[in-house]
Design a binder for this molecule. Sequence first.
Ligand code: GTR
Length: 429
Amino acid sequence: MKARRDIFLKIVAVVCLLCAVAATASAKRRNINYDESKVPNYTLPNPLVCNDGTKVTTVEQWEKQRRSEILQMLSKEIYGETPEARLKTKCKVVAENRNALGGKATAQQVMFTFSRKGKKHQALALVYYPNNRQGRVPVFVGYNFKGNHCVTADEWVLYSPYFDRLEERNHKLLQRGTQIERWPVELIIERGYAVVTMCYHDIYPDIVPRKAKPSDEMRLSNLLPVTDDEGCRWQAIGVWAYGLSRMADWVVKQPWADKDKLCVIGHSRQGKAALWAGAQDERFRVVISNNSGCGGAALSKRVIGENVEFITRQFPHWFCRNFTKYSKREHALPFDQHFLLALVAPRHLYVASATADRWADPKGEYLATYHSSPVFELYGMKAVSSKQMPKVGEDVQNDVGSHIREGKHAILEYDWRRYLDFCDKVFKR
Ligand code: GTR
């Protein structure tokens, strides 16, 4: 009888706790607008008008002047400045399996050791490339959320350094294969692509400062100088973007990799980082944003779903401090996210959304893509030409791609299949 009562009390306690958590979360999200009729009137700045008012009509003007103005604006106002100082990077294959996926792939684990001025930092990549290949293959580069061991249940996979620190070896964070559905590795390999992933916590732990004290040593940025102007100091998204480029540094040297066919991909917050990496690093020929939302592909000025106030409060460690100036003042932003997307031209951009992901504002993600089109068109590319979103389940596969999938915030095999089709088209495979 007593045992039963104890169990009952425990259940009640858990339910109360869950209700309290849900109530706080919904209170935090209470002031969020989802009503299209309440979207404020807004005017989007024109990516093809320079700061001095000159209209950009040629590729040369775009490349010589406007592109760098936009890069500077985004560095100063949202993502922070990327330092120019170089790191030393040593990469070592610490494990290899030439018979992965039933012999279809070679899998490697590569330890990156970054160093500068006596400081060191390590991160571990997990790599799969197809065994059955003619020549070099295109490569997807992207982060995972829960460690390399979340990508597969394969016991051979070592724990990413961020998780390897956990002393309790049966900790639930060390459970394997928890995000397998996000990583259809076999499909990617069968389609003739390689994939290189790393845990984003290895580069900059995604720890909300008020919840735990983040340690400088755990961040790759600890090795690099920061700008004197505190408002434009880079934080997590800037550092994650930088880390994606460091992965690319290694990839382009591999005998199996086609360095002209690099794709950077990211889901959600990692989609924000992938876009910023793709904007800065022109080695990425295809840049893929999966449900990246506010501060990623979605227009901020629509103030629908997640907004600048919410994101800068909840995640004060993501953007540079200047971005908080636009909290409740999105109208004052001298740019919007279509500027970020436009920086991908003349390379290839793909922006994907999901119907139930209202938090990320699918329509705003699509409109930003649409409004980035003039820059792609300057290069004679066919971008996204209709203001109308594609129908659910139908994709746009021009030089710029887009789709909206039925369902919730996630990256699924459905999305990957669209990306693979798009890359096949871009790379003429
Ligand atoms: C949410 C955040 C979004 C998005 C998402 C994710 O909590 O508000 O901006 O990045 O997390 O990364 O899954």
